[in-house]
Write a protein that binds this ligand. Structure first.
Ligand code: GDP
Length: 182
């Protein structure tokens, strides 16, 4: 366990991989589940580098598949620590794919994964803080804070004990649902 501060650059990770037919789905595009597995791997590497501990995945925030990834493209994932709490970290990951022949690069995905550093007995441990050394690093930290706030707010707003369905039924009229309360 260590509690000193570290630079974002010290735990940045990049992973490049050629997309093979074995990674594709029935439509010849790369399977979303395969990409999720790569996201989790790089998040683990980045979080473990920052914390100096083994890390576990706590949550995966907004994984939007922006562009399909084709067989034969070179996929690059770039990860860095966006935010640190006591034992948790948000790892931001940008995924781009490159057509080898044309050199055209597509932005395929940006994801934010929360990882927690744990000790030998699986208990969360305190991790180093962050030196923020650029506008971008400050922006990403504040953006993570906002995401965390929104998540807490959503959890409170939709807590089972405080939620009353009739306050929301009108909003559902434009959706393809019929409501039968039993
Ligand atoms: P942003 O989070 O608003 O900056 O959105 P982006 O799509 O540009 O990037 C998503 C995340 O990927 C960022 O939060 C960073 O954590 C990570 N990232 C983006 N660019 C780089 C890079 O050049 N190197 C590394 N290591 N990580 C990057």
């Amino acid at each position: 366990m260590t509690t000193k501060l570290k630079y974002v650059a010290d735990s940045e990770v990049t992973l490049s991989e050629l997309m093979l037919p074995s990674h594709a789905n029935f439509n010849n595009k790369i399977h979303g589940g395969y990409l999720l597995s790569l996201l989790d791997q790089i998040a683990f590497a980045c979080a473990s580098k920052h914390s100096g501990e083994y890390c576990v995945t706590a949550s995966v925030d907004t994984v939007d598949f922006l562009n399909p990834i084709e067989i034969g493209e070179l996929l690059t994932l770039k990860a860095s620590v966006n935010y640190v709490g006591n034992s948790s970290m948000v790892i931001g990951i940008r995924v781009e794919s490159e057509n080898i022949r044309t050199g055209k690069v597509k932005h395929c995905n940006s994801s934010y994964i929360t990882m927690v550093a744990v000790n030998e007995t699986g208990k969360p441990v305190k991790i180093p803080g962050l030196y923020l050394t650029s506008e971008n690093e400050i922006r990403r930290f504040v953006k993570s804070l906002k995401r965390i706030e929104m998540k807490h707010h959503r959890r409170e707003e939709f807590h089972e004990l405080d939620f009353t369905a009739k306050d929301h039924i009108d909003k559902l009229k434009k959706y393809r649902v019929e409501i039968f309360l039993t």
